[in-house]
Design a protein around this ligand. Structure first.
Ligand code: SF4
Ligand code: SF4
Length: 302
């Protein structure tokens, strides 16, 4: 039985599919979206996060480190990445959460046990489990096993995907997925590459193929001022979604908020978000109205 690298688990989630859900975030993503809310999801490896502001210089991490990778200096705590084996002992010992680890391997049985504890909420609300990321399909073997295990327990399963995966992998996963939350960023290939690091052709082709397979799909569009909230992109997106096979797809618009600044600092990552802004009420209302002209039911959030 395989293990999956999980970086977060969110209970009582009401924005990741129907009802009250538990959302499991898997590490690793082939995209690198400029606006990513979960920058710790991009690397497929365990990472050590550090917040200078929280560090009180107690030296506990240095005391427990088995390979002497941590060192307190006049300038603050320093970790030698060449020595650090990411064992996580420093994070366990840190009294202030200045040091944290992102990513923990979990078995299917362990995760299933966590998911099953939420069953009363699923039963009351028509909820279930959602696998998100990162890109959960980056761990296909583990995802298949946990989806099948949840299916045997009659738990509703949603998968939130960027669609940037091998078509065969996606269609295979559809056999054990009850609902896809499919992210569509923008229609122009060059602009897509500029802001996410990858071309969008595979994403669009996969969405068509998934719709043709009869899978249940909800479209998710991050609405980012200065990036994809212009009328031309929204028109092209709405036209594309309206032409997909099967029942008309529900569309969720997710207005951008710059919430990842603190995580960037802990990862030692710098992003220039100067050209991005929250889309504003008028822009969001315009988008909802535009999608409705194509016969699509667009909601804000979820
Ligand atoms: S993760 Fe382990 S090896 Fe790395 S600094 Fe912390 S205690 Fe030392
Ligand atoms: S244990 Fe935490 S608070 Fe203490 S020196 Fe290490 S990182 Fe800083």
């Amino acid at each position: 039985m395989s293990q999956g690298l999980v970086f977060d688990i969110k209970r009582y989630s009401i924005n990741d599919g129907p009802g009250i859900r538990i959302t499991i975030f898997l590490k690793g993503c082939p995209l690198n979206c400029l606006w990513c809310h979960n920058p710790e999801s991009i690397s497929p490896n365990i990472q050590k996060l550090f917040s200078t502001a929280r560090c009180i210089g107690c030296g506990e991490c240095c005391r427990v480190c088995p390979v002497q990778a941590c060192r307190l200096t006049p300038g603050g705590l320093v970790t030698d990445d060449r020595l650090c084996n990411l064992c996580g002992k420093c994070a366990e010992a840190c009294p202030t959460l200045a040091t944290e680890m992102s990513g923990r391997y979990r078995s299917v049985d362990e995760l299933l046990g966590i998911i099953e504890k939420e069953r009363p909420f699923f039963d009351q609300s028509g909820g279930g489990v959602t696998f998100s990321g990162g890109e959960p399909l980056q761990q296909p073997e583990f995802l298949t096993e946990i989806l099948e295990a949840c299916g045997r327990k009659h738990i509703h399963r949603a998968v939130d995907t960027s669609g940037f995966v091998r078509t065969a992998t996606l269609l295979k996963m559809a056999k054990s997925t009850d609902l896809f939350l499919y992210d569509l960023k923008m229609m122009d290939a060059e602009r897509h590459r500029k802001y996410t690091g990858v071309d969008n052709r595979l994403i669009l082709d996969n969405l068509r193929a998934l719709a043709e397979s009869g899978a249940a799909i909800q479209i998710r569009i991050p609405l980012i001022g200065g990036v994809n909230d212009d009328a031309a992109n929204l028109e092209a997106t709405a036209a594309f979604v309206a032409e997909l096979q099967g029942a008309k797809k529900a569309v969720n618009l997710l207005p951008f908020h710059d919430v990842a600044k603190g995580k960037d600092v802990k990862l030692g990552r710098v992003r220039d978000l100067a050209g991005l802004h929250e889309p504003g009420g008028d822009g969001v209302a315009m988008a909802v109205e535009l999608f409705s002209r194509y016969g699509l039911n667009a909601n804000v959030g979820g």
